[in-house]
Every structure is written in structure tokens, then in C-alpha cells.
Ligand binder design. Structure first.
Ligand SMILES: [Zn+2]
Length: 308
């Protein structure tokens, strides 16, 4: 049985091979809808090259309405996987092999049911300057308000496979929680078409946002892109949030509190840095150590670089 479905669209004229992947996490739905729509719209638009579309990479996780599949492994921590391993390891192996056949990768995510995240295009700060510059162009082309480059050492991701294979790769984040955000589906479709336009594979053109209007952070510090480690909850309990996405905060501002309703105690939570709120916990029943949100260290539009 096929582990996931990969639909190929070929133009008559040769050109690059671009891979769009959704559903690496089973509870991130807008990317799946966006890729499904692209499957119908791109055949009429594609002038050059090949596109491969994966609507749901992690079908086991999707069936569970969860981030991870039946074996509880996170596909985004399991690449390049193992063809003889558990289900997620086999999916990781198949997906990694597919990535290695591509010239460019766009991996579409959301915050899942657990988090709400501001629209952003991210990439690893690849040591190869040519690849890095291409990733910057791809991320910028997406037209999302935040562009985020983070240190390049993480393993297990689709982007790790692309990094090691020298394939320019970006990932997208937008929204999460419950319900469907139609605007995220539309923004993702547009982002993918813009990347194809950048690569001159479609006739459609786009106007890049002025760099001065993009919140653009390149952060070379260790674990700079590791969302699940941000602002850990001090205790188990119910997270009561006080700050909204897109707000600007100072280090030490109140973020909210966690109320342990079993033991009748509570703990206040404060912003761990100053900047723009871009990640917020949505599923409110939290365990000690769970990320409660994230702050991007930027306070006005424009590009900043933070060195290790
Ligand atoms: Zn994800």
C-alpha cells in the first residue's frame, strides 16, 4: 500500500521540479486544502518543469486528528526515516527520497490544534550562500508578513533532508487551533504560485513586498527555530492567556497564568523576551514544560540579523 499520495504535474517544457508538501502533521488542515486546490489550478498555469503535490504526507496522523501517527513518532523529527521501520519511519523514508528528487521544496504547516501562529515563511540559515540566498528569495516571494531564518542544525525535518541534499527549501506557518481559516488556504495557494513565478515556471507575476515592510529575522543562535521549547509552562494546569498574536511586548510583561485546578495553585507566566508575539498556545490544558507561546525578537518591520 502507498504510504502517501504524490501527484505530479508536468509542463511540456522542461524546467525545475518543485515539491509542495502538506500534512507532515496530521492536525494541520489549511495546507492540505491549499495543496488540493493547487492540484486543480496548476495544470492550467504551469509552463515549465514539474510540480509534485503531497496533500497529506502523514495519513496515519490525519486519521487520528493528531500531530503524530499511530506509533506516536513526529514525522518532522523522523526524516530520513527507515524503509524497514515503523509506519512513521517508513513514511519519512519515502518522503525523504521524494525530496531528494526535487530541485525546490516548500513544506506547509500550521500551529496544529495546539498553537496559533502568525503567517510566516521560514528557512534554515544554510552554510552554502547560494542555497541560502535562494531560500531567502523563496521565503520573501511568499508574501507573508514574517520571514524567519533560523540556525541550520536541526535534524529529522523535511528541511534537514533538503539541507543535506543541497536543495533550497522553505516552510510556511499560518494559524492553527480549531476551525478552518479560509484566508490561510488562500494565502498558501498564492504563496506557492509566487514561488513558481519566482522560478519562472508560471506566467503569473507578483509584486514582492518592500523589504522594509516585512518582519524579517535571521537568528543564528542555537535552537532559534525550535517552537516547542518556547516559554515552557511552569506547572500542569489551565493556561489563561493575556496577550494576542501580533502584539508587541517587553521582556517581563505578563503573558498569562497557569491554574492548577487539581491542587488549587497557580503560576504567573511572563514574556521571556521583548518583541512581536507570533506563537500562542491554543489547547489550554497544559503540562509542565509545554510551550505557552513565542516572541519574535523584532519590534518594527525591516530585516535584522542576530548572531550566535
Ligand atoms: Zn507542522
Amino acid at each position: 500500500m502507498e504510504l502517501f499520495t504524490a501527484e505530479k504535474i508536468n509542463a511540456l517544457e522542461p524546467g525545475p521540479h518543485v515539491l509542495f508538501v502538506a500534512g507532515v502533521h496530521g492536525d494541520e488542515y489549511e495546507p492540505m486544502l491549499a495543496v488540493e486546490k493547487l492540484q486543480h489550478s496548476l495544470p492550467n498555469q504551469l509552463q515549465k518543469g514539474t510540480i509534485t503535490l503531497v496533500r497529506v504526507a502523514n495519513q496515519s496522523a490525519f486519521r487520528r486528528s493528531a500531530r503524530c501517527g499511530d506509533d506516536q513518532m513526529d514525522l518532522a523529527r523522523t526524516c530520513p526515516g527507515n524503509p524497514d521501520g515503523s509506519l512513521t519511519e517508513r513514511v519519512a523514508s519515502g518522503l525523504s527520497k521524494l525530496i531528494e528528487t526535487a530541485d525546490y521544496l516548500v513544506d506547509l504547516h500550521t500551529g496544529g490544534v495546539m498553537f496559533d501562529i502568525s503567517p510566516l515563511a521560514g528557512y534554515m540559515l544554510h552554510p552554502d550562500e547560494t542555497i541560502l540566498e535562494m531560500q531567502r528569495k523563496m521565503a520573501w516571494a511568499c508574501g507573508l508578513p514574517i520571514v524567519w531564518g533560523t540556525e541550520p542544525t536541526p535534524q529529522g525535518r523535511t528541511l534537514s533532508v533538503a539541507r543535506d541534499a543541497g536543495i533550497p527549501a522553505i516552510y510556511l506557518e499560518y494559524g492553527g487551533g480549531t476551525g478552518i481559516r479560509i484566508q490561510a488556504v488562500a494565502a498558501y495557494q498564492q504563496a506557492c504560485v509566487n514561488v513558481l513565478s519566482l522560478l519562472e515556471m508560471v506566467a503569473a507575476t507578483y509584486t514582492p513586498q518592500p523589504e522594509s515592510e516585512v518582519f524579517w529575522v535571521e537568528d543564528y543562535r542555537d535552537n532559534s527555530g525550535y517552537l516547542q521549547a518556547m516559554m515552557p509552562s511552569p506547572i500542569d494546569g489551565i493556561f489563561v492567556r493575556e496577550v494576542g498574536l501580533g502584539r508587541f511586548v517587553k521582556q517581563g510583561d505578563r503573558w498569562g497564568k497557569v491554574v492548577d485546578v487539581i491542587n488549587g495553585t497557580e503560576a504567573e507566566v511572563f514574556c521571556d523576551k521583548g518583541g512581536m508575539v507570533f506563537l500562542r498556545r491554543e489547547l489550554v490544558n497544559v503540562k509542565q514544560g509545554d510551550a505557552l507561546g513565542g516572541i519574535l525578537p523584532i519590534s518594527e518591520p525591516g530585516k535584522i540579523v542576530i548572531y550566535a
